[in-house]
Structure formats: C-alpha cells, structure tokens
Design a protein. Structure first.
Lengths: 114, 115
C-alpha cells in the first residue's frame, strides 16, 4: 500500500466554485502534513502546512483527521490562477535525529475555467 | 536569497552516455534530496543526505545511479550508462532542521531525455 494516496482527478471547475481534495496516508507514525502546489512544468512549492486543529489561509482550508489518517484541502471561490496540481505530503520521523523523508502523493490536477 | 540551483536545466543524450546532474542547495540547509518525476510514477525520492552523509538511498533504481555530496554546497547525481527509461525531470531539494514545518525547497529541475 502506498504511503500517500490521492484522487488524481482531474477536477475541472468554473471560476468561483468550491472544490475539495482528499488524501489518505498509511502510516500512523506520520507527524507532519503539508499541501504543495505544482504548476505545469515547474517545481513543487509549499502551499500550506496542515495542523491538527485545521487551518485556513485566505481561500484555502486544510483539515487533518489523525484517527482516520485523512487530510483534506478546500479551495473556495476558485480563481483561474488556482489551476495546478496539488500534492499531499506526509513526513515521518526517521531514526535518531533525522527529520526523516517526505512522502508525496501523486497529486490531484485542478483546472479552473472561466 | 538564492534558491536551490540545478544544472543543466535540459539535457538530451543518447543511450549509453554518462549523465551528471548538479545541485547547489540553499546555504545553511543541512538536508538535500534528489527526486525524479515522471507522468507514470509521479515524484519519487531517489536519495537524501543529512550533513553531506547519505541517509536513505533505497529509492535509487539500480547501480547505474550514484549520488555524491562532497561538501555542504554541492551534490551530483550521476547516471552511467543512461537508458531511455531514465528520461524524467530530476529535482534537487533542500531543507533545514531548524525550519518549523520542514518546508522543502525545490530547484527548477533538470529535464533529461535519453534517446
């Protein structure tokens, strides 16, 4: 079973729509959670971290459910510029003092049309 | 501040040739990662270093791949001999132990095409 599973989409929504992406992770020892955004032919960049209590950044809301090992990202009032691939990312602690590796989902593709 | 710098940005080579990809991490970052991205497999971790020491190379596909980090400001990923199935975008990324949240900063990638 993969460490991180995401619905690959694609999601095609009109401007102004609300869209939600889901992600599940397999290892209960996972400690940190993130959403990264990757534009076409560009490198991934951090969109936001995901905290246990849920967190919001403008039109973006991230939720974490540790019991279900489930992460979500909600985008409200979609803009054309939100078109990208959204990657769910999970961090487990390594042995000793290492931060450990990050596990990336395959990504969910979003296209926002006018 | 300069980000993660990779070179070359694009490489086209013939099967059997040696390929060397280079990376300069962000100054002060003590973790460096090499990833490979393809449409079929997504983003795959190949190897990562902590303080120039390889920590996990379980993602390196086979002996044709090798990576080194001779100092804190430079790393290489070498493929010898290259094969068409190695065609992908190779990303280098770095992060800092002290950074809350552990944000990973990626370079712009090296797009490799093996004919």
């Amino acid at each position: 079973r993969k460490e991180v599973e995401q619905d690959p989409g694609p999601f095609n929504v009109p401007e102004g729509a609300t869209v939600a992406f889901n992600c599940t992770y397999s290892n209960s020892a996972s400690q940190s959670f993130f959403w990264y955004r990757q534009d076409c032919r560009k490198e991934p960049k951090l969109l936001m971290s995901v905290y246990s209590s849920g967190n919001e950044d403008g039109r973006f809301t991230a939720q974490l459910n540790r019991a279900s090992q489930y992460i979500s990202l909600l985008i409200r009032d979609s803009k054309l510029s939100d078109s990208a691939t959204y990657l769910c990312v999970v961090n487990r602690s390594g042995r000793g003092s290492t931060l450990g590796r990050l596990y990336f989902g395959r990504g969910t593709q979003l296209t926002v049309w006018p | 501040d300069a980000g993660v710098i990779q070179s070359p940005r694009h490489e086209v080579t013939e099967m059997g040739q040696e390929v060397t990809l280079r990376c300069k991490p962000i100054s002060g970052h003590d973790y460096l990662f090499w990833y490979r991205q393809t449409m079929m497999r997504g983003l795959e971790l190949l190897i990562y270093f902590n303080n120039n020491v390889p920590i996990d190379d379980s993602g390196m596909p086979e002996d044709r791949f090798s990576a080194k980090m001779p100092n804190a400001s430079f790393s290489t990923l070498k493929i010898q001999p290259s094969e068409p199935r190695d065609s992908a975008v190779y990303f280098c990324a770095s992060r800092s132990w002290d950074r809350v949240g552990g944000e990973l900063f990626f370079g712009e990638g090296s797009r490799l095409t093996v004919l």
